[in-house]
Design a protein around this ligand. Sequence first.
Ligand code: ADP
Ligand code: ASP
Ligand code: MG
Length: 418
Amino acid sequence: MALIVHKYGGTSVGNAERIRNVARRIAKWSRAGHQIVVVVSAMSGETNRLIALAKEVQPNPDPRELDVVASTGEQVTIGLLAMALKELGLKAKSYTGPQVHVLTDSAFTKARIVDIDEKKIRADLAVGTVVVVAGFQGADEHGNITTLGRGGSDTSAVALAAALKADECLIYTDVDGVYTTDPRIVPEARRLNTVTFEEMLEMASLGSKVLQIRSVEFAGKYKVKLRVLSSLTDADLPLAQEANSGTLITFEEDTQMEKAVISGIAFSRDEAKITLTRVPDRPGIAYKILGAIADANIDVDMIVQNISVEGTTDFSFTVHRNEYQKAMDVLESTVKGLIGAKQIVGDPKICKVSIVGIGMRSHVGVASLMFRTLSEEGINIQMISTSEIKTSVVVEDKYMELAVRALHKAFGLEQVPA
Ligand code: ADP
Ligand code: ASP
Ligand code: MG
Protein backbone atom coordinates (compact mmCIF):
# COMPACT_ATOMS: atom_id res chain seq x y z
CA MET A 1 0.00 0.00 0.00
CA ALA A 2 1.29 3.42 -0.93
CA LEU A 3 0.26 6.97 -0.14
CA ILE A 4 -0.17 8.80 -3.42
CA VAL A 5 -1.14 12.39 -4.21
CA HIS A 6 -3.03 12.94 -7.46
CA LYS A 7 -3.48 16.39 -8.98
CA TYR A 8 -6.04 17.16 -11.70
CA GLY A 9 -5.88 20.45 -13.63
CA GLY A 10 -8.67 22.59 -15.02
CA THR A 11 -9.29 20.74 -18.29
CA SER A 12 -9.28 17.41 -16.45
CA VAL A 13 -12.23 18.58 -14.31
CA GLY A 14 -13.72 20.82 -17.01
CA ASN A 15 -17.25 19.39 -16.91
CA ALA A 16 -19.41 16.91 -14.98
CA GLU A 17 -18.48 14.00 -17.22
CA ARG A 18 -14.75 14.63 -16.79
CA ILE A 19 -15.21 14.89 -13.04
CA ARG A 20 -16.97 11.49 -13.06
CA ASN A 21 -14.08 10.11 -15.10
CA VAL A 22 -11.55 11.45 -12.61
CA ALA A 23 -13.56 9.74 -9.86
CA ARG A 24 -13.39 6.43 -11.73
CA ARG A 25 -9.64 6.76 -12.06
CA ILE A 26 -9.27 7.51 -8.37
CA ALA A 27 -11.53 4.58 -7.49
CA LYS A 28 -9.19 2.30 -9.42
CA TRP A 29 -6.22 3.47 -7.34
CA SER A 30 -8.11 3.39 -4.07
CA ARG A 31 -9.50 -0.10 -4.66
CA ALA A 32 -5.98 -1.33 -5.41
CA GLY A 33 -5.30 -0.55 -1.75
CA HIS A 34 -3.59 2.85 -1.98
CA GLN A 35 -4.24 5.84 0.23
CA ILE A 36 -5.17 8.72 -2.05
CA VAL A 37 -5.11 12.47 -1.57
CA VAL A 38 -6.46 14.41 -4.54
CA VAL A 39 -5.74 18.05 -5.31
CA VAL A 40 -7.93 19.75 -7.88
CA SER A 41 -7.92 23.02 -9.81
CA ALA A 42 -10.97 25.05 -10.72
CA MET A 43 -12.84 23.99 -13.88
CA SER A 44 -11.01 25.29 -16.96
CA GLY A 45 -11.63 28.97 -17.65
CA GLU A 46 -13.15 29.51 -14.23
CA THR A 47 -10.23 31.32 -12.58
CA ASN A 48 -9.96 33.63 -15.61
CA ARG A 49 -13.68 34.33 -15.35
CA LEU A 50 -13.46 35.14 -11.65
CA ILE A 51 -10.51 37.48 -12.12
CA ALA A 52 -12.23 39.26 -15.03
CA LEU A 53 -15.37 39.64 -12.91
CA ALA A 54 -13.35 41.19 -10.10
CA LYS A 55 -11.80 43.65 -12.55
CA GLU A 56 -15.26 44.66 -13.78
CA VAL A 57 -16.10 45.75 -10.27
CA GLN A 58 -12.73 47.22 -9.35
CA PRO A 59 -10.32 47.75 -12.28
CA ASN A 60 -7.29 47.37 -10.06
CA PRO A 61 -8.67 44.82 -7.59
CA ASP A 62 -7.77 44.90 -3.94
CA PRO A 63 -5.40 41.92 -3.61
CA ARG A 64 -6.96 40.52 -0.44
CA GLU A 65 -10.45 40.58 -1.91
CA LEU A 66 -9.22 39.31 -5.28
CA ASP A 67 -7.95 36.18 -3.53
CA VAL A 68 -11.30 35.74 -1.78
CA VAL A 69 -12.93 35.72 -5.22
CA ALA A 70 -10.30 33.82 -7.24
CA SER A 71 -10.04 30.98 -4.73
CA THR A 72 -13.71 30.04 -5.04
CA GLY A 73 -13.32 28.08 -8.30
CA GLU A 74 -11.50 25.30 -6.49
CA GLN A 75 -14.18 25.04 -3.81
CA VAL A 76 -16.68 24.04 -6.47
CA THR A 77 -14.54 21.24 -7.89
CA ILE A 78 -13.62 19.66 -4.53
CA GLY A 79 -17.28 19.33 -3.62
CA LEU A 80 -18.25 17.95 -7.01
CA LEU A 81 -15.40 15.44 -7.04
CA ALA A 82 -16.21 14.24 -3.51
CA MET A 83 -19.82 13.70 -4.64
CA ALA A 84 -18.69 11.77 -7.71
CA LEU A 85 -16.49 9.54 -5.53
CA LYS A 86 -19.37 8.87 -3.15
CA GLU A 87 -21.55 7.96 -6.12
CA LEU A 88 -19.02 5.21 -6.84
CA GLY A 89 -19.33 3.92 -3.30
CA LEU A 90 -16.06 5.35 -1.96
CA LYS A 91 -15.58 7.22 1.25
CA ALA A 92 -14.53 10.76 0.34
CA LYS A 93 -14.27 14.12 2.01
CA SER A 94 -13.48 17.55 0.54
CA TYR A 95 -11.46 20.30 2.21
CA THR A 96 -10.53 23.83 1.27
CA GLY A 97 -6.87 24.80 1.70
CA PRO A 98 -7.47 26.66 4.98
CA GLN A 99 -9.48 23.70 6.36
CA VAL A 100 -6.36 21.53 6.17
CA HIS A 101 -4.16 24.37 7.43
CA VAL A 102 -2.27 25.22 4.29
CA LEU A 103 -0.45 28.10 5.96
CA THR A 104 1.03 30.70 3.62
CA ASP A 105 2.70 34.08 3.89
CA SER A 106 0.52 37.15 3.27
CA ALA A 107 1.63 37.92 -0.30
CA PHE A 108 -1.87 37.94 -1.79
CA THR A 109 -2.13 36.55 -5.34
CA LYS A 110 1.36 35.00 -5.13
CA ALA A 111 1.57 33.58 -1.63
CA ARG A 112 4.11 30.95 -0.61
CA ILE A 113 3.26 27.87 1.41
CA VAL A 114 4.98 27.95 4.79
CA ASP A 115 3.51 24.91 6.49
CA ILE A 116 0.81 22.26 6.20
CA ASP A 117 -0.71 20.44 9.17
CA GLU A 118 -1.36 17.01 7.75
CA LYS A 119 -2.90 15.37 10.85
CA LYS A 120 -6.50 15.69 9.77
CA ILE A 121 -5.68 14.23 6.37
CA ARG A 122 -3.83 11.30 7.93
CA ALA A 123 -6.78 10.52 10.18
CA ASP A 124 -9.10 10.37 7.16
CA LEU A 125 -6.69 8.26 5.16
CA ALA A 126 -6.35 5.82 8.05
CA VAL A 127 -10.06 4.96 7.81
CA GLY A 128 -9.98 4.59 4.03
CA THR A 129 -11.33 7.99 3.05
CA VAL A 130 -10.17 9.62 -0.17
CA VAL A 131 -9.22 13.18 0.77
CA VAL A 132 -9.96 15.88 -1.80
CA VAL A 133 -8.16 19.19 -1.26
CA ALA A 134 -8.62 22.48 -3.10
CA GLY A 135 -5.46 23.53 -4.90
CA PHE A 136 -4.19 27.10 -5.37
CA GLN A 137 -5.30 28.33 -1.92
CA GLY A 138 -4.33 28.64 1.70
CA ALA A 139 -4.61 31.12 4.53
CA ASP A 140 -2.07 33.35 6.23
CA GLU A 141 -1.44 33.50 9.97
CA HIS A 142 -4.30 35.96 10.39
CA GLY A 143 -6.76 33.66 8.64
CA ASN A 144 -6.88 35.70 5.41
CA ILE A 145 -7.52 33.57 2.32
CA THR A 146 -4.54 33.61 -0.05
CA THR A 147 -3.81 32.18 -3.50
CA LEU A 148 -0.53 30.80 -4.79
CA GLY A 149 -0.21 32.40 -8.23
CA ARG A 150 -1.51 31.07 -11.56
CA GLY A 151 -0.95 27.36 -11.96
CA GLY A 152 -0.58 27.11 -8.18
CA SER A 153 -2.47 23.85 -7.75
CA ASP A 154 0.66 22.01 -8.88
CA THR A 155 2.42 23.52 -5.90
CA SER A 156 -0.42 22.62 -3.53
CA ALA A 157 -0.12 19.01 -4.66
CA VAL A 158 3.65 18.74 -4.32
CA ALA A 159 3.61 20.56 -0.96
CA LEU A 160 0.99 18.13 0.32
CA ALA A 161 3.00 15.19 -0.98
CA ALA A 162 6.05 16.57 0.86
CA ALA A 163 4.12 17.15 4.10
CA LEU A 164 2.62 13.64 3.98
CA LYS A 165 5.89 12.06 2.82
CA ALA A 166 3.86 10.54 0.01
CA ASP A 167 5.37 7.78 -2.10
CA GLU A 168 4.57 9.66 -5.30
CA CYS A 169 2.86 12.77 -6.63
CA LEU A 170 1.05 12.27 -9.95
CA ILE A 171 0.22 15.44 -11.90
CA TYR A 172 -2.62 14.50 -14.26
CA THR A 173 -3.11 17.02 -17.05
CA ASP A 174 -4.34 17.46 -20.63
CA VAL A 175 -1.03 16.33 -22.20
CA ASP A 176 0.53 12.92 -21.60
CA GLY A 177 3.77 14.24 -20.13
CA VAL A 178 6.49 16.82 -20.48
CA TYR A 179 7.41 17.43 -24.10
CA THR A 180 10.51 18.80 -25.80
CA THR A 181 8.44 21.97 -26.19
CA ASP A 182 4.78 22.94 -25.98
CA PRO A 183 3.06 20.52 -28.40
CA ARG A 184 0.50 23.23 -29.15
CA ILE A 185 3.24 25.23 -30.89
CA VAL A 186 5.30 22.39 -32.38
CA PRO A 187 3.20 19.36 -33.32
CA GLU A 188 6.40 17.30 -33.80
CA ALA A 189 7.36 17.84 -30.16
CA ARG A 190 8.25 14.57 -28.46
CA ARG A 191 7.32 13.35 -25.02
CA LEU A 192 10.26 12.80 -22.69
CA ASN A 193 10.21 9.62 -20.60
CA THR A 194 12.34 11.30 -18.01
CA VAL A 195 13.59 14.80 -17.44
CA THR A 196 16.03 15.79 -14.74
CA PHE A 197 14.87 17.95 -11.90
CA GLU A 198 17.33 20.71 -12.88
CA GLU A 199 16.08 20.78 -16.46
CA MET A 200 12.46 20.84 -15.31
CA LEU A 201 13.28 23.72 -12.99
CA GLU A 202 14.76 25.71 -15.88
CA MET A 203 11.93 24.83 -18.25
CA ALA A 204 9.32 25.89 -15.68
CA SER A 205 11.11 29.10 -14.80
CA LEU A 206 11.59 29.97 -18.48
CA GLY A 207 7.92 29.69 -19.33
CA SER A 208 6.80 26.04 -19.76
CA LYS A 209 3.45 26.18 -18.05
CA VAL A 210 3.13 22.42 -17.67
CA LEU A 211 4.34 22.68 -14.04
CA GLN A 212 4.36 25.78 -11.86
CA ILE A 213 7.97 26.55 -10.93
CA ARG A 214 7.35 26.47 -7.21
CA SER A 215 6.04 22.92 -7.46
CA VAL A 216 9.35 21.86 -9.01
CA GLU A 217 11.26 23.72 -6.29
CA PHE A 218 9.27 21.86 -3.62
CA ALA A 219 9.89 18.54 -5.34
CA GLY A 220 13.62 19.25 -5.32
CA LYS A 221 13.76 20.41 -1.74
CA TYR A 222 11.79 17.48 -0.31
CA LYS A 223 12.74 14.89 -2.93
CA VAL A 224 9.15 14.24 -3.92
CA LYS A 225 8.80 11.63 -6.65
CA LEU A 226 6.96 13.56 -9.34
CA ARG A 227 5.34 12.36 -12.55
CA VAL A 228 3.33 14.24 -15.21
CA LEU A 229 0.75 12.13 -17.05
CA SER A 230 -2.53 12.30 -18.95
CA SER A 231 -5.96 12.52 -17.35
CA LEU A 232 -7.59 11.98 -20.72
CA THR A 233 -6.76 8.29 -21.20
CA ASP A 234 -9.35 5.58 -20.52
CA ALA A 235 -10.00 5.63 -16.76
CA ASP A 236 -9.93 1.82 -16.81
CA LEU A 237 -6.37 1.69 -18.16
CA PRO A 238 -4.56 -1.03 -16.15
CA LEU A 239 -3.02 0.58 -13.09
CA ALA A 240 0.47 -0.78 -13.68
CA GLN A 241 0.48 0.73 -17.16
CA GLU A 242 -0.81 4.09 -15.95
CA ALA A 243 1.70 4.20 -13.09
CA ASN A 244 4.59 4.04 -15.59
CA SER A 245 3.21 6.40 -18.20
CA GLY A 246 4.01 10.06 -18.76
CA THR A 247 7.21 11.77 -17.70
CA LEU A 248 9.14 11.11 -14.51
CA ILE A 249 11.17 13.95 -13.00
CA THR A 250 14.44 12.31 -11.98
CA PHE A 251 17.14 13.30 -9.55
CA GLU A 252 19.88 11.16 -11.08
CA GLU A 253 21.56 12.48 -14.18
CA ASP A 254 22.97 9.37 -15.73
CA THR A 255 20.44 6.55 -15.36
CA GLN A 256 18.41 5.96 -18.52
CA MET A 257 19.16 9.50 -19.60
CA GLU A 258 18.15 10.22 -23.11
CA LYS A 259 21.43 11.37 -24.57
CA ALA A 260 20.48 14.65 -26.15
CA VAL A 261 22.48 17.83 -25.99
CA ILE A 262 19.41 19.83 -25.21
CA SER A 263 16.20 18.45 -23.75
CA GLY A 264 13.72 21.17 -24.43
CA ILE A 265 12.75 24.62 -25.58
CA ALA A 266 10.80 27.00 -23.40
CA PHE A 267 9.30 30.35 -24.29
CA SER A 268 7.50 33.17 -22.64
CA ARG A 269 5.56 36.19 -23.76
CA ASP A 270 5.28 37.39 -20.21
CA GLU A 271 8.15 39.85 -20.25
CA ALA A 272 8.83 43.40 -21.37
CA LYS A 273 12.11 45.16 -22.04
CA ILE A 274 13.14 48.55 -20.74
CA THR A 275 16.18 50.48 -21.94
CA LEU A 276 17.69 53.61 -20.44
CA THR A 277 19.82 55.29 -23.07
CA ARG A 278 23.01 57.26 -22.54
CA VAL A 279 23.37 56.66 -18.82
CA PRO A 280 26.72 57.73 -17.37
CA ASP A 281 29.20 54.88 -17.06
CA ARG A 282 30.27 55.17 -13.44
CA PRO A 283 29.94 53.28 -10.16
CA GLY A 284 26.51 53.17 -8.56
CA ILE A 285 24.39 53.55 -11.69
CA ALA A 286 23.13 49.97 -11.87
CA TYR A 287 22.35 50.16 -8.18
CA LYS A 288 20.36 53.38 -8.57
CA ILE A 289 18.31 51.94 -11.42
CA LEU A 290 17.71 48.44 -10.12
CA GLY A 291 17.55 49.51 -6.47
CA ALA A 292 14.57 51.71 -7.27
CA ILE A 293 12.95 48.84 -9.19
CA ALA A 294 13.55 46.44 -6.30
CA ASP A 295 12.15 48.97 -3.80
CA ALA A 296 8.97 48.95 -5.85
CA ASN A 297 8.88 45.14 -5.36
CA ILE A 298 9.38 44.45 -9.08
CA ASP A 299 11.41 41.39 -10.12
CA VAL A 300 14.02 41.85 -12.81
CA ASP A 301 15.00 39.01 -15.13
CA MET A 302 17.65 39.71 -17.78
CA ILE A 303 20.05 42.62 -17.54
CA VAL A 304 22.41 43.91 -20.23
CA GLN A 305 24.92 46.70 -19.91
CA ASN A 306 27.80 47.34 -22.20
CA ILE A 307 31.01 49.27 -21.68
CA SER A 308 30.95 52.85 -22.84
CA VAL A 309 32.98 54.49 -25.52
CA GLU A 310 32.22 58.11 -24.69
CA GLY A 311 31.40 57.87 -21.01
CA THR A 312 27.76 56.89 -21.46
CA THR A 313 26.13 53.56 -22.14
CA ASP A 314 22.70 51.94 -22.68
CA PHE A 315 21.29 49.89 -19.85
CA SER A 316 18.54 47.31 -20.59
CA PHE A 317 16.61 44.88 -18.45
CA THR A 318 13.39 42.87 -18.56
CA VAL A 319 10.50 42.67 -16.11
CA HIS A 320 7.23 40.73 -16.04
CA ARG A 321 4.77 42.31 -18.45
CA ASN A 322 2.25 42.82 -15.62
CA GLU A 323 4.76 45.05 -13.88
CA TYR A 324 5.98 46.87 -16.98
CA GLN A 325 3.94 50.05 -16.53
CA LYS A 326 4.79 50.24 -12.86
CA ALA A 327 8.49 49.91 -13.68
CA MET A 328 8.27 52.62 -16.36
CA ASP A 329 6.55 54.95 -13.89
CA VAL A 330 9.23 54.38 -11.25
CA LEU A 331 11.98 55.12 -13.75
CA GLU A 332 10.34 58.23 -15.18
CA SER A 333 9.45 59.69 -11.81
CA THR A 334 12.61 59.04 -9.83
CA VAL A 335 15.48 57.40 -11.61
CA LYS A 336 15.71 59.40 -14.83
CA GLY A 337 16.57 62.69 -13.16
CA LEU A 338 18.68 61.03 -10.54
CA ILE A 339 21.12 59.46 -12.96
CA GLY A 340 20.75 61.73 -15.97
CA ALA A 341 19.64 59.17 -18.56
CA LYS A 342 18.75 60.60 -21.96
CA GLN A 343 15.67 58.52 -22.65
CA ILE A 344 13.68 55.60 -21.29
CA VAL A 345 12.47 53.30 -24.03
CA GLY A 346 9.98 50.58 -23.21
CA ASP A 347 9.20 47.58 -25.39
CA PRO A 348 6.49 45.17 -24.28
CA LYS A 349 6.47 43.39 -27.67
CA ILE A 350 9.25 40.97 -26.91
CA CYS A 351 9.46 37.31 -26.00
CA LYS A 352 12.07 35.08 -24.50
CA VAL A 353 13.05 31.80 -26.12
CA SER A 354 15.33 29.39 -24.26
CA ILE A 355 17.05 26.11 -24.92
CA VAL A 356 17.58 23.88 -21.89
CA GLY A 357 19.65 20.76 -21.32
CA ILE A 358 22.23 19.34 -18.97
CA GLY A 359 24.05 18.13 -22.10
CA MET A 360 25.15 21.75 -22.62
CA ARG A 361 27.68 21.25 -19.83
CA SER A 362 29.70 18.83 -21.89
CA HIS A 363 29.08 20.07 -25.43
CA VAL A 364 30.52 23.15 -27.05
CA GLY A 365 28.85 25.01 -29.90
CA VAL A 366 25.32 24.65 -28.58
CA ALA A 367 24.70 28.37 -28.22
CA SER A 368 26.33 29.04 -31.59
CA LEU A 369 23.93 26.61 -33.30
CA MET A 370 21.11 28.50 -31.63
CA PHE A 371 22.39 31.87 -32.89
CA ARG A 372 23.03 30.51 -36.40
CA THR A 373 19.53 29.07 -36.61
CA LEU A 374 17.97 32.38 -35.60
CA SER A 375 20.14 34.31 -38.03
CA GLU A 376 19.15 31.99 -40.88
CA GLU A 377 15.53 32.84 -40.11
CA GLY A 378 16.37 36.56 -40.10
CA ILE A 379 15.49 36.91 -36.43
CA ASN A 380 17.36 39.64 -34.59
CA ILE A 381 18.58 38.80 -31.08
CA GLN A 382 18.07 41.68 -28.65
CA MET A 383 19.45 40.16 -25.46
CA ILE A 384 21.22 36.96 -24.47
CA SER A 385 21.64 35.29 -21.13
CA THR A 386 23.22 31.98 -20.30
CA SER A 387 23.67 29.59 -17.42
CA GLU A 388 25.34 26.22 -17.26
CA ILE A 389 22.31 24.40 -18.67
CA LYS A 390 20.38 27.04 -20.61
CA THR A 391 20.72 29.81 -23.17
CA SER A 392 17.95 32.40 -23.46
CA VAL A 393 17.43 35.08 -26.05
CA VAL A 394 15.02 37.98 -26.25
CA VAL A 395 13.53 38.50 -29.71
CA GLU A 396 10.60 40.43 -31.15
CA ASP A 397 7.45 38.59 -30.11
CA LYS A 398 6.08 38.16 -33.63
CA TYR A 399 8.97 35.73 -34.25
CA MET A 400 8.30 33.55 -31.23
CA GLU A 401 6.67 30.56 -32.92
CA LEU A 402 9.07 30.68 -35.85
CA ALA A 403 12.04 30.72 -33.49
CA VAL A 404 10.74 27.81 -31.42
CA ARG A 405 9.97 25.67 -34.50
CA ALA A 406 13.30 26.43 -36.17
CA LEU A 407 15.27 25.61 -33.04
CA HIS A 408 13.30 22.43 -32.41
CA LYS A 409 14.25 21.27 -35.88
CA ALA A 410 17.86 22.46 -35.75
CA PHE A 411 18.50 20.50 -32.56
CA GLY A 412 16.71 17.41 -33.92
CA LEU A 413 14.39 17.29 -30.93
CA GLU A 414 11.67 15.40 -32.77
CA GLN A 415 13.96 12.38 -33.03
CA VAL A 416 14.54 9.93 -30.21
CA PRO A 417 18.21 10.27 -29.28
CA ALA A 418 20.40 7.27 -30.07
P1 ADP B 1 -3.49 21.97 -16.03
O1 ADP B 1 -4.76 22.71 -16.16
O2 ADP B 1 -3.66 20.49 -16.03
O3 ADP B 1 -2.64 22.46 -14.88
P2 ADP B 1 -1.85 23.51 -17.85
O4 ADP B 1 -2.59 24.15 -18.96
O5 ADP B 1 -1.48 24.35 -16.69
O6 ADP B 1 -2.70 22.24 -17.38
O7 ADP B 1 -0.52 22.79 -18.38
C1 ADP B 1 -0.61 21.87 -19.44
C2 ADP B 1 -0.28 22.58 -20.76
O8 ADP B 1 1.09 22.99 -20.72
C3 ADP B 1 -0.36 21.71 -21.99
O9 ADP B 1 -1.66 21.68 -22.50
C4 ADP B 1 0.65 22.36 -22.94
O10 ADP B 1 0.01 23.16 -23.91
C5 ADP B 1 1.47 23.28 -22.05
N1 ADP B 1 2.92 23.06 -22.17
C6 ADP B 1 3.86 24.04 -22.28
N2 ADP B 1 5.08 23.53 -22.41
C7 ADP B 1 4.95 22.19 -22.36
C8 ADP B 1 5.88 21.12 -22.42
N3 ADP B 1 7.18 21.32 -22.56
N4 ADP B 1 5.38 19.86 -22.33
C9 ADP B 1 4.08 19.64 -22.18
N5 ADP B 1 3.14 20.62 -22.12
C10 ADP B 1 3.57 21.90 -22.21
N1 ASP C 1 -7.09 27.57 -10.99
C1 ASP C 1 -5.79 28.20 -10.83
C2 ASP C 1 -5.37 28.84 -12.14
O1 ASP C 1 -6.09 28.79 -13.12
C3 ASP C 1 -4.75 27.27 -10.31
C4 ASP C 1 -4.40 26.11 -11.22
O2 ASP C 1 -5.11 25.83 -12.17
O3 ASP C 1 -3.37 25.47 -10.94
O4 ASP C 1 -4.31 29.41 -12.21
MG1 MG D 1 -1.41 24.14 -14.62
